[in-house]
Design a protein around this ligand. Structure first.
Ligand code: MSP
Length: 644
């Protein structure tokens, strides 16, 4: 993180409904980015808030028989409280009905009007109340709102109104976007905006006659009108930092480092907003990042689809941190993702209960039992410790890179790989055997290495799970430290002699929902644990003989794009080369596999897994803690040998 200041914004949320997971997501992403930057010593300003004017709020209030202000005052509480519950560390919360905002919107309108950027004309066209957007005849041939995910009927509107001269800036905007590839992210969203700009761009109708809609900010130059809700709302990003009234504060934070939006509000943020700023003579934000949607039941989660999931349902059951973790891990920033209870429980159990929680409990138990609760002094490192250290430091750089390129999910994958590596390291090194054999130096090295692993990984996860990582660090005896993000890139900072804290169950396992138990995994990773052994169905030797088990050498390995559990392996079985797909990406990195001799079922019918052909299946065992180990062969043997 090279910058010294970081200003991040979320969209301001409509107060016509209660917040759901979609709203919580944007706000948590902004919070995680803010916390990472603070941890890196960067000064942060994080702004969120509520969008309280417009027809939707006026209608929602009318339905309840209360004033729009009363309605907004009540609904805003749900947002404020949810952010408090989710441990959101916003520095400011702006409401568009606040005087500080209204005054700045009026200043801007007057200034643009005085400079001839706003004119009055007859408006005759179509309008979508839900999206609060105007459309021309050509935009709505079917009389259906064309906004992503809307599709509601539009209304005909014919009235005199004020217009902002947006069209004259079209060529400038196209060049600006082309010259500044980081301005709109991800890249495919930039192309979407450029595609939109290939069509004719109209001037923007920015007013509503009060006779039709009065719930808005009055135009300073015509008291018969209020301003269009988007013109009002977008200005929050600069009114919140004192544009035109507090030049020092404004200069400190503008241009924003990152403006997060959902993909449904791409056009307003990547066309209207930059042009408004340009007309005002204000610098462009550094980046506008559009994320995807949380889907529920296959469609966008929204109040009108009736498929919203209340974040509190999950928070109450599994805690704030697990909820935050799931949202960050499950959605590749930019893409859509489905929110299901099944996916939630599975990820919780795999990554948190069996992964991080299990690692802590193993480390705390062993240090308690073997070292009287004191972190031991490590002896010389073997190649095992070096490999573990590399995996942990890789997680540190992957997380930092992930934050820079807005892929928090890839940082999380690298951390969970390091957790799996640490659990596997314990299996390989077998500290319980060292203890039995009296190998004190070996034992101390192993216990120190895993404790140090936990120090680093808990630091990397702290912006996502502030509460649980604080508990973890307390359990490691380092709860009072105030680390810097760069401490995650330095191995060996945990002081031998540190007394560890109370033993805790960080993430108790959750029961999987019965009706959605894990489907048969075609990628060959077996269910974990010994429990299944007693249920084994016996087969005849002849049946077994039909299974052609062979040794195989891994020639290449790579991740399967869009599938975070899968690796594509090119293997050699004797003279033959072929490809298999295996669900082991959470447990092995591609580098750990190349050159290894594994055992595969060579005569399994080919299958397509996530569109990639797989010719065979590798063998692996999964421990009770969910950690997977490949079946391998003792000593140097060739590939293609029959196993059995
Ligand atoms: N008030 C406008 C934004 C004005 S910003 C100057 C608005 N509000 S909203 O409450 O409808 O949506 C706010 C944000 O929540 C948008 O970024 C939207 O994409 C996001 N989400 C709403 N539903 C969502 C999902 N199902 N999934 C992810 N985010 C979605 O638009």
């Amino acid at each position: 993180m090279t910058q010294s200041r970081f200003y991040v914004t979320t969209p301001i949320y409509y107060v016509n409904a209660k917040p759901h997971i979609g709203h919580a997501y944007t706000t948590i992403v902004a919070d995680v980015l803010s916390r990472y930057h603070r941890l890196a010593g960067v000064e942060v300003h994080f702004l969120t808030g509520t969008d309280e004017h417009g027809q939707k709020v006026q209608q929602a209030a009318a339905q309840r028989g209360v004033s729009p202000q009363h309605h907004a005052d009540e609904t805003v509480v749900a947002f404020r409280e949810l952010w408090k519950t989710l441990e959101i560390t916003n520095d400011d919360f702006i409401r568009t009905t606040e005087e500080r905002h209204k005054q700045i919107v009026q200043n801007i309108l007057q200034n643009l009007y005085d400079r001839g950027e706003i004119y009055k004309a007859e408006y005759d066209g179509w309008y979508c109340v839900t999206c609060e957007r105007f459309f021309t005849e050509r935009d709505v041939p079917e009389r259906i709102c064309p906004e992503a995910g809307c599709g509601r009927p539009v209304q005909r509107i014919s009235e005199s109104n004020y217009f902002f001269k947006m069209s004259q800036y079209k060529d400038w905007l196209v060049s600006y976007i082309n010259d500044n590839p980081c301005f709109i992210q991800p890249d495919f969203r930039r192309n979407e905006t450029l595609g939109f700009l290939r069509q004719k761009l109209n001037d923007l109708c920015i007013s509503r006659p009060k006779s039709r809609m009065s719930w808005g900010i009055e135009l300073p130059f015509d008291s018969e009108f209020v301003t269009y809700v988007w013109f009002d709302a977008l200005i929050n990003y600069i009114s919140g930092i004192g544009y035109s009234v507090n030049p020092e504060l404004f200069a400190k934070w503008w241009p924003a480092s990152c403006q997060l939006v959902g993909k449904d509000i791409l056009t307003t943020h990547t066309v209207y907003w930059p042009i408004m700023l340009k007309a005002m003579g204000v610098e462009m934000p550094k980046m506008i990042f559009a994320h995807g949607w949380w889907l529920s039941g296959g469609s966008r989660m929204s109040k009108s689809s009736g498929n919203v999931i209340d974040p509190m349902d999950f928070v109450e059951r599994c805690g704030i941190d697990a909820f935050r973790y799931f949202l960050m891990a499950e959605m590749a920033l930019g893409q859509d993702a489905a929110f299901t209870e099944d996916a939630f429980v599975r990820r919780y159990n795999a990554d948190l209960a069996n992964g991080l929680g299990n690692l802590l409990s193993r480390v705390a138990t062993m240090i308690g039992r073997e070292c009287g609760g004191i972190v031991p002094e490590p002896a010389a490192e073997s190649e095992h410790e070096i490999a573990l250290k590399e995996s942990v430091l890789r997680a540190s750089s992957a997380m930092q890179k992930g934050i820079e390129v807005m892929r928090i999910d890839t940082g999380v994958v690298a951390v969970s790989e390091a957790i799996a590596e640490a659990n596997r390291y314990i299996e390989q090194r077998q500290p319980w055997r060292m203890s039995k054999d009296g190998d004190k130096a070996g034992l101390a090295t192993v216990l120190y290495s895993v404790a140090e692993t936990l120090r680093i990984l808990s630091l990397l996860l702290s912006p996502i799970m502030p509460g649980k990582t604080a508990e973890l660090r307390k359990a490691l005896g380092i709860g009072g430290d105030h680390p810097h993000l760069k401490d995650s890139a330095r191995w060996g900072l945990l002081k031998p002699g540190t007394r560890i804290g109370e033993k805790i169950a960080l993430f108790p396992r959750l029961d999987e929902p019965k009706e959605t138990r894990k489907p048969v995994d075609k990628t060959s990773v077996p269910e974990s644990g010994q429990a299944a052994a007693k249920d084994i169905v016996q087969i005849e030797f002849n049946d077994f003989k039909q299974v052609d088990l062979r040794t195989a050498k891994v020639l290449t390995a790579e991740r399967v794009e869009g599938a975070d559990k899968l690796l594509r392996l090119e293997i050699e079985i004797g003279d033959e080369k072929r490809q298999i797909v295996a669900g082991i990406a959470k447990h092995y990195t591609p580098e750990q596999l190349v050159g290894r001799t594994i055992v595969v079922v060579a005569n399994l019918k080919p299958a397509r897994i996530r569109g990639v052909e797989s010719n065979g299946m590798l063998l692996a065992a999964t421990g009770n803690d969910g950690v997977l180990s490949l079946v391998s062969i003792d000593g140097e043997v060739g590939s293609g040998l029959r196993v059995g």
